[in-house]
Design a protein around this ligand. Structure first.
Ligand SMILES: Cc1cc2nc3c(=O)[nH]c(=O)nc-3n(C[C@H](O)[C@H](O)[C@H](O)COP(=O)(O)OP(=O)(O)OC[C@H]3O[C@@H](n4cnc5c(N)ncnc54)[C@H](O)[C@@H]3O)c2cc1C
Length: 402
């Protein structure tokens, strides 16, 4: 049995080790087009590698994938976050949990993960082939002919782990063999609001905001950060992932509504009215409500045309309504996106309806398997994308020799 694992990233490494572990007599070739493997692992998580997310409930875990939720729910039953933690522990890497549940190696250094994966393929006897690009492949009898940098070579089984492709053409070699591909679009980006006054508040953040795409039923809650080009922070990144395809379709020109306080209008009104009664003689500019940063509060007052030296009892109903509206529904015209450098992924890839989530085998092409970001799976930030790579890689390797 000769198995080709195409792509030397997180998924390819995990798939190779798993294939060798489950089928020790097979020759496993890990084929990488560049001269270097695990490049993304190395730069991931700001050089620390956010290996996974401490979420031990598989249903809850799968909800962090805007694409692939139902598919992964089944796959996590075979290889979950707990299995990832155990796998790395057994290979000498202790993972630590941060307050937001992201998990990193205790060394805080992605090199630990690179070295561990490198050691694992060496110990299992995986044959690593660098500078070997798989340009095309074709089915032949019970196997596949791969064209590797111009040379044809026969393999019995193939695992494709070539990662995401920003362009549809990058996936044509898969379509050619009958694999259906969902066109790729970027995910995990921040929103550009050029020339808007809000950008003068760069560096200001709120922890309990809600962002919503106006006219679409898409919203997300969490911290929002104002940058010199627009809006960023976990809530915005999550929304960019949820709406990746819709936002690509409108060429990243859309309206976003921000609730700076993450509450409904009637709740804000109640709090504000009570506050106003109890502080009627105090200046509105001096009060800190809803834990809104002072600079943002001053900005919202200016935008509501309320002078900050006015006392609460001087504010007319009309102005109060305007302020409430801005607190819960502050609308901006987004024009363009900025890629989030920390954890960029592509939405789109091999169509999941044509892949068996229990084996990662193509339902159309027998003997062909997939793992990692090449699949139409992507998660939000926080370690979910690597978890998908570990899970799908492990499963593909476990079944490839059957
Ligand atoms: C800057 C950055 C930081 C990130 N940080 C995190 C993080 O901390 N946590 C997290 O969960 N996710 C993170 N991600 C996302 C994560 O890195 C990816 O989801 C993950 O690497 C996907 O793994 P993969 O093995 O599927 O693909 P890749 O890592 O992209 O590997 C694919 C490999 O296949 C090779 N290849 C492609 N085509 C061919 C071919 N035809 N022949 C041979 N070889 C080929 C490529 O050269 C590459 O080495 C980050 C992404 C980026 C860009």
């Amino acid at each position: 049995m000769k198995i080709a694992v195409v792509g030397g990233g997180a998924a390819g490494y995990f798939a190779s080790v798993s294939a060798k572990k489950h089928f020790p007599n097979a020759d496993v070739h890990l084929i990488e087009k560049t001269g270097k493997t695990l490049s993304k692992v190395k730069i991931s998580g700001g050089g620390r590698c956010n290996v996974t997310h401490h979420c031990l409930n598989n249903r809850e875990l799968s909800q962090h994938y805007p694409r692939g939720e139902r598919f992964l729910r089944k796959s996590f039953e075979q290889f979950s976050v707990a299995d990832t933690i155990t796998w790395f522990e057994q290979h000498g890497v202790e993972l630590k949990v941060e307050t937001d549940n992201r998990m990193f190696p205790r060394t805080d250094d992605s090199q630990t993960i690179v070295e561990t994966l490198t050691k694992a393929i060496n110990e299992h006897g995986v044959i690593l082939r660098l500078n070997s690009s798989v340009d095309s492949f074709a089915k032949q009898n019970a196997g596949f002919i791969l064209r590797i940098t111009g040379q044809r070579e026969l393999f019995n089984r193939v695992i494709i782990a070539t990662g995401g492709s920003p362009k549809r053409q990058g996936m044509n070699w898969l379509s050619d063999i009958g694999v259906k591909v969902v066109s790729p679009v970027p995910s995990l980006f921040t929103f550009n609001i050029p020339q808007d006054h809000i950008t003068t508040l760069l560096g200001v953040s709120t922890s309990d905001a809600e962002v919503q795409i106006v006219g679409k039923k898409l919203s997300s809650k969490g911290p929002v950060l104002i940058t010199h080009w627009g809006l960023s922070g976990p809530a915005v990144l999550k929304l960019s992932a949820i709406g990746a395809r819709i936002l690509a379709d409108c060429d990243y020109k859309f309206k976003v509504a921000v609730s700076w306080v993450g509450m409904k209008e009637h709740q804000v009104r109640e709090i504000l009215e009570l506050h106003s009664q109890n502080n009627s003689q105090k200046q509105i500019g001096n009060l800190h409500l809803f834990e809104i940063p002072k600079r943002l509060w001053s900005y919202l007052l200016v935008k509501s045309e309320i002078a900050s030296d006015r006392t609460w009892n001087e504010i007319s109903k009309k102005l109060q309504n305007r302020l409430i509206n801005l607190l819960v529904n502050d609308t901006y015209n987004v024009n363009g996106k900025t890629t989030f450098k920390e954890e960029f992924v592509t939405a789109g890839g091999v169509e999941l309806s044509d892949v068996n989530p229990e084996t990662m085998e193509s339902t159309e092409v027998t003997g062909l398997y997939f793992a990692g970001e090449v699949l139409d799976i992507d998660g939000i930030t926080g370690g979910f994308n690597f978890q998908a790579a570990w899970t799908t890689g492990f499963i593909a390797g476990k079944h490839v020799g059957r």
